[in-house]
Design a protein around this ligand. Structure first.
Ligand SMILES: NC(=O)c1ccc[n+]([C@@H]2O[C@H](COP(=O)([O-])OP(=O)(O)OC[C@H]3O[C@@H](n4cnc5c(N)ncnc54)[C@H](OP(=O)(O)O)[C@@H]3O)[C@@H](O)[C@H]2O)c1
Length: 292
């Protein structure tokens, strides 16, 4: 089996590296807007022909579209309008939010289309042969595409789950909250530790450590809620008031209040206690809308 890729970014390179490492296909073309990046990627992978134009793509069994989501539809349209692919080609994109329907122009020409989204954050320059080991991947699309992709990903060690195409947006919102916003929380809380006088490198390690301990607790707990600790879980209004007073930046105060409001229903606090805290936090949100 051979495959080609459009998009030599974080996911594209990782995917190609894993498939090549496990001898699950031969890389034909690696198409990327910036030709130099395609060259660098093929050198790093030790395989593939670097190209920068879709019209240069040669026949392939599987075509991976690993470009940013907003470019997928235009690429599918160009491939279809110019009859670049032969019928029977499996065409897959990796967007979390878009379904395989965005590839419909190619389906109409006899290609087998799918979306396969790895529920994982791939870093910029690390190529890990085990990147897909134990990685949940949400797959949906045409039966022929699923039948081709399932055995490949099982061999990579991935855990495949099916997803309804119309549920992809809510599915992907979950991924973004857990993945991207964890990074947001890490950045903001590191900044606050620095504001408290702690060295930046130490602050980064401290935040990583406390996040890791919570991740471990979540892993061991039956539900995420039961891993909750801290002043909201304890109903400690005095501490919350002190935090709000200490937070100088309006946007951080707003984030704190919004996250605290979302945390309240996860606690075992009595209704009256929850109500008192809700009032305090809502007032804090109000101040932020008009205040500094
Ligand atoms: N990164 C992740 O952790 C992750 C996880 C799951 C799913 N995904 C999905 O994977 C896809 C790619 O994401 P990514 O993070 O790998 O993106 P990325 O690192 O930004 O890489 C995108 C690559 O696509 C190239 N590109 C953009 N438009 C193109 C076009 N029209 N033709 C050819 N090449 C084009 C870019 O080239 P230039 O640099 O020359 O512009 C770049 O090399 C997205 O659908 C994303 O949702 C990503």
């Amino acid at each position: 089996m051979n495959f080609s890729l459009i998009g030599a970014g974080r996911l594209g390179k990782s995917l190609a590296f894993s498939l090549l490492h496990d001898d699950l296909g031969e890389l034909r073309d690696l198409c990327n807007t910036t030709l130099a990046s395609a060259h660098t990627a093929t050198k790093r992978l030790g395989a593939g022909r670097p190209i920068s134009s879709l019209t240069k793509l040669k026949d392939t069994d599987i075509l991976w579209i690993t470009v940013p989501d907003e470019h997928i539809a235009a690429i599918a349209n160009t491939l279809a309008e110019q009859h670049i692919l032969k019928p029977g080609t499996v065409v897959v994109h990796c967007s979390g939010v878009l379904s395989s329907a965005v590839l419909n122009p190619l389906t109409q020409l006899g290609c087998h289309t799918a979306s396969l989204h790895p529920f994982k954050a791939f870093s910029l320059n690390q190529l890990d042969p085990n990147a897909f080991q134990g990685c949940y991947c949400a797959l949906e699309g045409a039966p022929n595409a699923i039948n081709t992709l399932s055995p490949l990903f099982k061999q990579l060690g991935a855990v495949l789950i099916t997803i309804e195409p119309e549920k992809k947006a809510v599915y992907h919102a979950a991924a973004v909250i857990a993945s991207n916003y964890l990074v947001t929380m890490a950045a903001i809380s590191t900044k606050l530790l620095v504001e408290a006088g702690i060295d930046a490198a130490v602050a980064k390690r401290m935040i990583h450590q406390i996040m890791q301990s919570n991740l471990n607790n979540i892993e061991q707990a039956i539900t995420p809620e039961s891993a909750l600790t801290g002043p909201i879980a304890r109903g400690d209004t005095h501490t919350i008031k002190r935090h709000i007073k200490a937070l100088n930046e309006a946007s951080i105060r707003q984030l704190y209040a919004t996250a605290a409001l979302a945390t309240l229903p996860l606690t075992q606090l009595e209704a009256a206690q929850q109500q008192e805290m809700r009032k305090l936090l809502r007032a804090c949100q109000e101040i932020n809308v008009t205040g500094p």
